[in-house]
Design a protein around this ligand. Structure first.
Ligand code: FHN
Length: 479
């Protein structure tokens, strides 16, 4: 064995199993990916719609919405889509849920319209999650929504048709490595992501390559070829040490045939894909110079759980979106439809409220560049450490900023104190000369009084914010 190959193998074996977003890059990919060879202007063209979008809808929907967090009369802790693994449900018992799955309340029209009204520009839905159940018409494997349920409909096709009609992009999530109902596939023990084959049922035993060649790869082919111009995004997840460079390369050979496709950094095998994907967190400074997308839940689960009512407030969700945009990323915000295909009302309400804000203030979010300032996002504590022992980032929530060629947007969360009849917003170290200022939510764009001196700026604001969550101040600039 060549030394480099030996070292790669040794690293893979020694590496702690993880969701591996940050797997070391393979020294040389067995099959180069598009990202390995394209020029930066080709990449800019491929990523253009995604960079413009800033806000997308994640949908976790599958058979797990039937138990909805409860098995054998007991509430199963942790996220709903992991119930099969967390409750060690035998394969046959889990598969039998398919016979009950008849989500007649599902409306692709309504879900796409919900995303659109929220101001989201794309949707990524679980085509197959770790439970192995395909939410699409698959000839490769019969454990799917068309063949194995009384519903007999393909939600992905319906969503694709609707997304096209309503002008949104559609992407597919596919769990390429973990599959708890397919013999031979990986199954991670969630507590510590170890071991790769945490099997609780003999029916899960088998050969990984057989799984890869008879189920995962044929299904990925189906997803890539049966839905016209979609998927716009292929969202892989939870690669383990089973997803070796050689195995991942077989998938790369497929995705390479779709030159407009965007795919994330969770394929495994050392492939970086297009996007960094922090989960349930917003990185302190984003990933400067890279494309990234924070995926987050609205409550504490991705897949529907009947008793998870810990919904984040609209204020938190909206400020997360603004925070992410100010750091140059996208927000992929999850909904978890129930077993009838209905989106929980608290999720709908929050998305509508976000859309109301974006309808007025979207100019400050879509297609913008990151902040020209930086310290407004917060700072690293001198004393408090994070879980890895590094200085903890303490976010500040007074304001954020996004940038356009001739504008700086300041999204004000905490309205400055009023003195006399007015509030004043002060900025130091101005990166550009400001020519005028107004509030985006003021239909007349009435110019605000301002004083600029020695690189600092004071803007006279009305006494009250125009929006209690975030009022956007627009600074027109010389460039
Ligand atoms: O295990 C999954 C989880 O169920 C969910 O799909 C999230 C979404 O990013 N990804 C995995 C955990 O990283």
């Amino acid at each position: 064995m060549k030394l480099t190959r030996f070292l790669t193998a040794a690293v893979l074996l020694a590496a702690p199993l993880s969701y591996a977003q940050n797997q070391p890059a393979a020294p040389q990919h067995p099959v180069p990916s598009i990202q390995d060879s394209e020029t930066s202007s080709q990449k800019d063209a491929r990523m253009a719609w995604w960079r413009q979008a800033r806000f997308g809808m994640f949908i976790h929907w599958g058979l797990y919405s039937i138990p909805a967090g409860t098995w054998d009369g007991k509430q199963v802790p942790s996220i709903g889509e992991w119930i099969m693994n967390n409750a060690s449900i035998p394969v046959a018992d889990y598969k039998s849920l398919a016979a009950q799955f008849n989500p007649t309340g599902f409306s692709a029209h309504d879900i796409v319209a919900l995303a659109k009204s929220a101001g989201m520009k794309y949707i990524v839905i679980t085509a197959k999650h770790h439970d192995g159940f395909a939410m699409f018409d698959s000839k490769a494997n019969a454990f799917n929504i068309v063949a194995a349920t009384p519903f007999h409909r393909d939600p992905l096709r319906e969503l694709a048709d609707e997304a096209r009609k309503q002008g949104l992009k559609l992407g597919f999530y596919y769990s390429q490595d973990q599959d708890w109902t397919a013999p031979g596939a990986s199954a991670i023990l969630r507590a510590n992501h170890d071991p790769v084959t945490h099997h609780w049922d003999k029916a899960q035993d088998g050969d990984f390559d057989t799984y890869l060649h008879t189920k995962a790869i044929p299904q990925i082919k189906e997803l890539l070829t049966n839905y016209g111009d979609f998927p716009a995004v292929l969202w892989f997840d939870t690669p383990t040490a089973n997803m070796t460079p050689a195995r991942a390369a077989e998938i790369v050979a497929l995705v390479n045939q779709h030159p407009n496709l965007i795919w994330n950094n969770r394929l495994g095998g050392g492939y970086k894909g297009d996007t960094e994907t922090p989960e349930q967190t917003i990185p302190a400074q984003g990933f400067p110079g890279e494309d990234w997308e924070s995926c987050m839940t609205i409550n504490d689960t991705w897949g529907y759980k009947s008793y998870d009512t810990n919904f984040k407030s609209t204020e938190t969700l909206l400020r997360n979106l603004i925070d992410i945009a100010s750091k140059g990323g996208n927000y992929l915000l999850n909904i978890g439809p129930d077993s009838h295909g209905i989106v929980p009302q608290p999720e709908v309400d929050r998305l509508h409220a976000m859309g109301t804000w974006l309808a007025v203030n979207g100019e400050a979010i879509y297609g913008t560049q990151p902040t020209l300032f930086g310290p407004e996002a917060g700072s690293f504590s001198a004393t408090v450490k994070d879980s890895k022992g590094n200085p903890k980032f303490i976010p500040a929530w007074d304001w954020r900023s996004t940038t356009a060629p001739n504008k700086i947007y300041i999204e004000i969360f905490n309205w400055p104190p009023v003195s006399g009849a007015q509030a004043a917003f002060h900025l130091d170290k101005l990166p550009r000369k400001i020519t005028s200022a107004y509030l985006l939510a003021d239909p007349a764009h009435t110019p605000l009084k301002m004083t600029q001196a020695g690189g600092s700026l004071d803007i006279h604001l009305p006494a009250k914010p125009l929006d209690p969550i975030a009022t956007v101040l627009v600074l027109e600039t010389a460039k």
